[in-house]
Design a protein around this ligand. Structure first.
Ligand code: DQA
Length: 156
C-alpha cells in the first residue's frame, strides 16, 4: 500500500459498444465510444483517478482483463453489453476479484425487452446505472472515486 499511488479504474466495454454513434442511435445516442473515453479521461483527472479504458467483442478478453486487474486497479466500471444477460462466466469473474464493480448501461434496460431485465452482473455489482446515457460512465467514476477514497486497501 502506498499513499502516492494514484487510484485507477478499469473501464470495460463489452460486445458491440465499439459501434456506438452508429448503432441504434435512437436507443444508445450518438456519442461514440471514443467520445465517452475522452469524457471519462477528463472527469477522472478531476477525481485524481487514472483510467484504463477498454472494449472487446470477446467474452474471454473481458474475463482476462478482470483477472489481470487485481493488484493494478481499485475498481471496475463495466458495460457488459449483451453479455449482461447471458454470461455467468463474466459474472463469476467479477465475483472472483476483490474489487468494487459498477455496472453501466446507456439505455434503461428495464424499459426494453424482457430478456434485458435480468443482468447476471447486477448481483455482484456495488451499483447499477442504467438509462443515463453516456453520462452513466462519469457517474460511475464519481461513485467509484467516492468508494475508493483513501481506499488503497482494495488494491489486493
Ligand atoms: C447495453 C444494454 C444491453 O442490453 C445491450 O445488449 C447492449 C448495450 C446498454 O448500454 O444500454 O449492448 O448494455
Amino acid at each position: 500500500m502506498s499513499a502516492t499511488r494514484a487510484h485507477t479504474a478499469l473501464v470495460l466495454n463489452g460486445p458491440n459498444l465499439n459501434l456506438l454513434g452508429l448503432r441504434e442511435p435512437d436507443v444508445y445516442g450518438s456519442t461514440t465510444l471514443a467520445e465517452i473515453e475522452a469524457e471519462c479521461t477528463m472527469v477522472a483527472a478531476r477525481l485524481s483517478l487514472e483510467i484504463d479504458f477498454r472494449q472487446s467483442n470477446h467474452e474471454g478478453f473481458l474475463i482476462d482483463a478482470i483477472h489481470e486487474a487485481v493488484g493494478h486497479v481499485n475498481g471496475i466500471v463495466i458495460n457488459p453489453g449483451g453479455l449482461s444477460h447471458t454470461s455467468i462466466a463474466l459474472r463469476d469473474a467479477l465475483a472472483a476479484v476483490p474489487l468494487p464493480v459498477i455496472e453501466v448501461h446507456l439505455s434503461n434496460v428495464h424499459q426494453r425487452e424482457d430478456f434485458r431485465h435480468t443482468s447476471y452482473v447486477s448481483a455482484v455489482a456495488s451499483a447499477v446505472i442504467t438509462g443515463a446515457g453516456a453520462h452513466g460512465y462519469t457517474l460511475a467514476l464519481e461513485h467509484l472515486a467516492m468508494l475508493t477514497d483513501g481506499g488503497d486497501e482494495v488494491l489486493a
